[in-house]
Design a protein around this ligand. Structure first.
Ligand code: GTP
Ligand code: MG
Length: 370
C-alpha cells in the first residue's frame, strides 16, 4: 500500500510523531498521529529530515541488460575499425585528418562534404574506416574515465623534424593503457631537417620497435601537407584492423558510446553516437546516461538522413530528453517504459549518492565544531 500513518512513519524515521506533525503543519498540512499520508507526502517528510526514500524501482539496469547475451561466432560479422589520431601539439593531427578526408573526397563520395558530427567515415577501396575527430587524448580521458573503449587503432603522429615530445609519450601511454594498436605516422617528411630514422630510434626507447627493425610497430612516413603516403597509411590501418579480426553482431539491439553532444536551439538534444554492436534504427528507444527517448531522426557524417546505423558507424541522433555526456554508454531498450525506468533509477541513485555525500560533509562539519 502506498500510504502510511503519521505514527508509523515517525517510528520508522525514529522521530517523535510531534516532530512530524510540526513539519507537516509548516507545509500547511494538518494531521493527527493516526492520519494516513500518501507516498509523496511521506517521501517529502523523509527528505525534509535529510533522509533517503527507498522507492520501489520497477526495473534496474541489470534487469534491462539481461539480454546482454554473448554473440555467437555465426552472428559476428566483420566491422570497420574505429581510429583516433593522437600526438604532440603542432605535429600535424588536424592536417592529417584533413588529408585523409581529401583522399576520400577525390574518390568521389557524392558531394564529399563532411558535416561535423565528431566522427567521419573514410572509404579505402572496398573498405571503410571510422575516424573520431576528437583529439585522441581528450577522447581517451573522457571516455576511459567511464570505462568506455571506443577505438581500435590509434595513429600516433610524430613530426619528423621534432621527434618524440612529452605529449607523444602521453599518447603512447594512453593508447597502451587502452590496449589500442598503435600505428605511427611520421609526418612532415617534406621538411628540411626531417629525420625519420631519429624518430624511429626514439620510438624504440619508448617500447615501440619499428617493423623494419624487427619489431611490430608499423611506421609510415607521410606528409600531411603534400598529401604524401596517405593512402599507404590508410592501407596499414586496414591491415592492422584485419589482423585484429574486428567483429560485431549487426542483428541485435544497438549499443555504443556517445561521442559528442549538444543542445541545439531548433533541434533539441543532439548527440553523436558510435554504434559498437547491433544496429540502431530510427524509432528505437534509447538510454544514454540519464537521457532517454525515442530516436526521431538520424544523420550520418555526410549530413544525410539515415534510417539505420550498424556497427562502427557514427550517427547524429535526435529525440533524447536530455543532453547526454561524451563517453556515456547508450543502448536500445524494448520500450519507453524500460527506457524511463532505467533513467529514473539512475537519477535516483545519483541523488542518493549526492545526499550521502552531503550528509557526510555535514557530519564532518559537526565534528569539526565539536
Ligand atoms: P594542435 O591541434 O595545435 O595540437 O596541432 P596539430 O597536431 O593538429 O597540427 P596541425 O595540423 O595544426 O599542424 C601544425 C602545423 O604544422 C601547421 O602549420 C601545418 O601546416 C604544419 N604541418 C602539418 N603537417 C605538415 C607536413 O606534412 N609538412 C609540413 N611542412 N608542415 C605540416
Ligand atoms: Mg589540431
Amino acid at each position: 500500500p502506498n500510504e502510511i500513518t503519521v505514527g508509523e512513519l515517525a517510528s520508522r524515521m525514529k522521530k517523535s510523531p510531534a516532530e512530524i506533525i510540526k513539519k507537516l503543519m509548516l507545509l500547511g498540512i494538518m494531521a493527527t498521529v493516526n492520519e494516513t499520508l500518501d507516498f509523496d507526502t511521506a517521501s517529502l517528510m523523509v527528505e525534509e529530515f535529510g533522509g533517503i526514500v527507498e522507492k520501489e524501482i520497477i526495473l534496474t539496469d541489470e534487469e534491462i541488460l539481461f539480454d546482454d547475451f554473448e554473440d555467437t561466432a555465426e552472428q559476428l560479422k566483420p566491422r570497420s575499425p574505429v581510429v583516433v589520431v593522437m600526438g604532440h601539439v603542432d605535429h600535424g593531427k588536424t592536417s592529417l585528418l584533413d588529408a585523409i578526408r581529401d583522399t576520400n573526397v577525390t574518390e568521389g563520395e557524392f558531394g564529399g562534404i563532411t558535416q561535423h558530427i565528431g566522427a567521419h567515415r573514410v572509404r579505402v577501396g572496398e573498405k571503410k574506416i571510422t575516424f573520431l575527430d576528437t583529439p585522441g587524448h581528450e577522447a581517451f580521458t573522457a571516455m576511459r574515465a567511464r570505462g568506455a573503449l571506443v577505438t581500435d587503432i590509434a595513429i600516433l603522429v610524430v613530426a619528423a623534424d621534432d621527434g618524440i615530445m612529452p605529449q607523444t609519450i602521453e599518447a603512447i601511454n594512453h593508447a597502451k593503457a587502452a590496449e589500442v594498436s598503435i600505428i605511427v605516422a611520421i609526418n612532415k617528411i617534406d621538411k628540411d631537417g626531417a629525420n625519420p630514422d631519429k624518430v624511429k630510434q626514439e620510438l624504440m626507447e619508448h617500447g615501440l620497435v619499428p617493423e623494419e627493425w624487427g619489431g611490430d610497430t608499423i611506421c609510415v612516413e607521410v606528409s600531411a601537407k603534400k598529401r604524401q603516403n596517405i593512402k599507404e597509411l590508410l592501407e596499414m590501418v586496414l591491415l592492422v584492423a584485419e589482423m585484429k579480426e574486428l567483429k560485431a553482431n549487426p542483428d541485435r539491439k544497438a549499443k555504443g558510446t556517445v561521442i559528442e553532444s549538444q543542445l541545439d536551439k531548433g533541434r533539441g538534444s543532439v548527440a553523436t553516437v558510435l554504434v559498437q554492436n547491433g544496429t540502431l534504427h530510427v524509432g528505437d528507444y534509447v538510454v544514454a546516461g540519464t537521457a532517454s527517448g525515442r530516436v526521431r531522426a538520424m544523420n550520418n557524417d555526410k549530413g544525410k538522413s539515415v534510417k539505420k546505423a550498424g556497427p562502427s558507424i557514427p550517427v547524429e541522433i535526435l529525440g533524447l530528453s536530455e543532453v547526454p555526456e561524451g563517453g556515456d554508454e547508450f543502448y536500445v531498450v524494448e520500450d519507453e517504459r524500460k527506457a524511463r525506468s532505467v533513467v529514473e533509477n539512475r537519477k535516483f541513485q545519483e541523488k542518493k549518492e549526492k545526499q550521502k555525500s552531503a550528509t557526510a560533509i555535514s557530519l564532518d562539519n559537526l565534528f569539526e565544531q565539536i
